[in-house]
Design a protein around this ligand. Structure first.
Ligand code: ADP
Ligand code: MG
Ligand code: ZN
Length: 479
C-alpha cells in the first residue's frame, strides 16, 4: 500500500455570548421554552428590518485580533438563500464577499512540536432554529428560539495533517474564545460546532485530493473517531481503484461510521447577494485601537508569566491556563494568600481532585478563589494545620462556607500558645517514662514518638512545630 497523507480543513461555528440576538432585541438564552425568545424580525415576518447588534461586531473584532487576523475595515453582509423549515426568512444573513476577518493564524502545540494553522477567514452570521422530531406523534415541531443567535464561523486553511492537530486547535480556539468572553464554546450545548473537511493524497503529491465534509460533530472524542474512520474509508476506496466523491457525510458516533448525506452535484446554489437591508460595517482606526487595548491577557502570555514570574512549573502552568475558570481561581487565591506558588500547589493537589471526584469542572461549578486564598493564608500563618485546611477546602467546595467561620465552629483552629499546649505535653511526659528515659539517655529519635502522643492528646489541633519546641524545653528541664 502507498503511504498516504491526510489533509484537513475546519469550519468552526461559535455562538456568541451576547445578551441579545444579532438583528433584534430577543434573548439568546439557551434552553427557554420553545418559541418564547422570538419576535417579528427573527421569525421572518415580511416587512420587518434587521438592526445590527454592535456587540457582535465588537466580539468578532476581538476574536479576529486574538487569532492574528487582518480586520476588514469595510465589511458587509450577504444573503444566503435556501429553504428549510428552521429558517423562516428562507435566507440566512451571512458574509461571503467581504468577511470581517481574514488571513490569521493559530499556533498549536503537538507531540511533534509547535505548528501554525492558517485562518482563512472569520465571518459573522445568524443561526437557524431547531427542528424537534416527535417520535410519539410522528410530527416535527419547530423552535425559533435559536433563530438569529449570533455566530462566528472560523474557516481554517487545509493545514491539519492529523487528528491530534485538529483537537489541539479546537481546544486552543475554545480557550481563546473563553478568555475573550465572546463565546462559552460548549460543544455539548452546541455553542461550538465543527465541520471537518478531509481528503487524502499520496505523501509528497502536490495537489490535494477530493475532500468530503462531515458536519456538526458534537465532541472532541467523536471528531477523533470520525477522522480515523473517514481517513481509512477514503484510502480503502482509492486502493480499490475507486475515487472519492465530494460530498457531505454524516458521522454516526454510535455506529461509528460516516454515510453520504448529499453530494456536491445536487448541492444548492445559494444565490448569494449583498443584503439590501443592512449598511456595510465600517470600522474606524480609533475603534480598532480601543478594542486592541481592551484585549485580556491570553493563555500563551499567562503561561509564560506564571513560569517566569511566579515560579510555577511548565506542567502546572499548562494545566491552570487550560481553563479560564481555573485561571480566575488561581489568580484570586494567589492574590489573597500572597503566594502564587502555594495557590498552584493547592489547586493541583487538592482542588482539582475535588472537581474530578464530583465529576464536574471549574467551568460548570462555581468556586470562590478568594476562599482558597484565605485557607492557604490560615495554614501558612499557623492558624490551622494542613490537614484541617484540606477539610475546610472540602466544605468550601461543597457548601461554599466561610473558611474562618467554619474553622471556628468546627474547632479546627490550631492551638499554638504555650499555656494551652503545656499541660497536655506534661501529661504525655508523665505517662511515658520509658520513652522519656531513653530520650534523656541520648536516644533523641524518641522525640517523634512523644510529639505524636502529644498531637493525639491535643486532638491534632496543635501546631506540630510549637509542640516540638515546648516538648524539648520541658525535657531539657528534666535533665
Ligand atoms: P466551500 O466554500 O465549498 O465550503 P472552501 O474552499 O471554503 O469550500 O473550504 C471549506 C473548508 O475546506 C476550509 O476549511 C478548507 O481549508 C477545507 N478544504 C478545502 N479543500 C480541502 C481539501 N482538498 N482537503 C481538505 N480540506 C479542504
Ligand atoms: Mg463551507
Ligand atoms: Zn427577535
Amino acid at each position: 500500500m502507498k503511504d498516504y497523507e491526510m489533509v484537513i480543513g475546519l469550519e468552526v461555528h461559535c455562538e456568541l455570548s451576547t445578551e441579545s440576538k444579532i438583528f433584534c432585541g430577543c434573548s439568546t438564552k439557551f434552553g427557554g421554552a420553545p418559541n418564547t425568545h422570538v419576535c417579528e424580525v427573527c421569525s421572518g415576518m415580511p416587512g420587518t428590518l434587521p438592526t445590527l447588534n454592535k456587540r457582535v461586531v465588537e466580539f468578532a473584532v476581538k476574536a479576529g485580533l486574538a487569532l492574528n487576523c487582518e480586520i476588514t475595515r469595510n465589511n458587509k453582509f450577504d444573503r444566503k438563500n435556501y429553504f428549510y423549515p428552521d429558517l423562516p426568512k428562507a435566507y440566512q444573513i451571512s458574509q461571503l464577499y467581504l468577511p470581517i476577518c481574514r488571513n490569521g493564524h493559530v499556533d498549536i502545540e503537538t507531540s511533534n512540536g509547535r505548528k501554525s494553522i492558517g485562518i482563512h477567514e472569520i465571518h459573522m452570521e445568524e443561526d437557524a432554529g431547531k427542528l424537534i422530531h416527535d417520535e410519539e406523534t410522528g410530527m416535527t415541531k419547530v423552535d425559533f428560539n435559536r433563530c438569529g443567535v449570533p455566530l462566528l464561523e472560523i474557516v481554517s486553511e487545509p493545514d491539519f495533517r492529523s487528528a491530534e492537530e485538529v483537537t489541539a486547535y479546537l481546544a486552543k480556539l475554545r480557550d481563546t474564545m473563553q478568555y475573550l468572553g465572546v463565546s462559552d464554546c460548549k460543544m455539548q450545548e452546541g455553542s461550538m460546532r465543527a465541520d471537518v473537511n478531509l481528503s487524502v493524497r499520496v505523501r509528497g503529491a502536490e495537489e490535494y485530493g477530493t475532500r468530503t465534509e462531515m458536519k456538526n460533530i458534537a465532541s472532541f472524542k467523536a471528531i477523533e473517531r470520525a477522522i480515523e474512520y473517514e481517513r481509512e474509508r477514503q484510502i480503502d476506496l482509492i486502493e480499490e481503484g475507486g475515487t472519492v466523491v465530494q460530498e457531505t457525510r454524516r458521522w454516526d458516533d454510535e455506529k461509528e461510521y460516516t454515510y453520504a448525506m448529499r453530494s456536491k452535484e445536487d448541492a444548492q446554489d445559494y444565490k448569494y447577494f449583498p443584503d439590501p437591508d443592512l449598511m456595510p460595517v465600517s470600522i474606524s482606526e480609533e475603534y480598532l485601537e480601543s478594542i486592541r487595548a481592551s484585549l485580556p491577557e491570553l493563555a500563551d502570555k499567562k503561561r509564560e508569566r506564571y513560569v517566569s514570574e511566579m515560579g510555577l512549573t511548565e506542567y502546572d502552568a499548562d494545566i491552570i491556563t487550560g481553563s479560564v475558570a481555573l485561571v480566575k481561581i488561581f489568580e484570586q487565591a494567589g492574590q489573597k494568600a500572597g503566594n502564587f506558588k502555594d495557590a498552584a500547589n493547592w489547586i493541583l493537589t487538592d482542588l482539582l481532585k475535588f472537581f474530578n471526584d464530583a465529576q464536574t469542572t471549574p467551568e460548570d461549578k462555581p468556586f470562590d478563589g478568594d476562599k482558597l486564598g484565605t485557607i492557604i493564608k490560615m495554614v501558612n500563618d499557623g492558624k490551622v494545620n494542613r490537614k484541617s485546611g484540606k477539610k475546610i477546602l472540602a466544605a468550601v467546595f461543597e457548601e461554599d462556607v466561610d473558611p474562618e467561620k467554619y474553622a471556628d465552629e468546627n474547632g479546627l483552629a490550631q492551638v499554638s500558645d504555650a499555656s494551652a499546649i503545656e499541660p497536655a505535653i506534661r501529661k504525655v511526659i508523665d505517662a511515658n517514662p520509658k520513652a522519656v528515659g531513653e530520650y534523656l539517655a541520648g536516644n533523641t529519635k524518641n522525640i517523634q514518638f512523644l510529639i505524636g502522643q502529644s498531637m493525639r492528646e491535643l486532638r491534632g489541633k496543635a501546631d506540630p512545630m510549637a509542640v516540638k519546641d515546648i516538648l524539648e524545653k520541658l525535657l531539657a528541664e528534666l535533665k
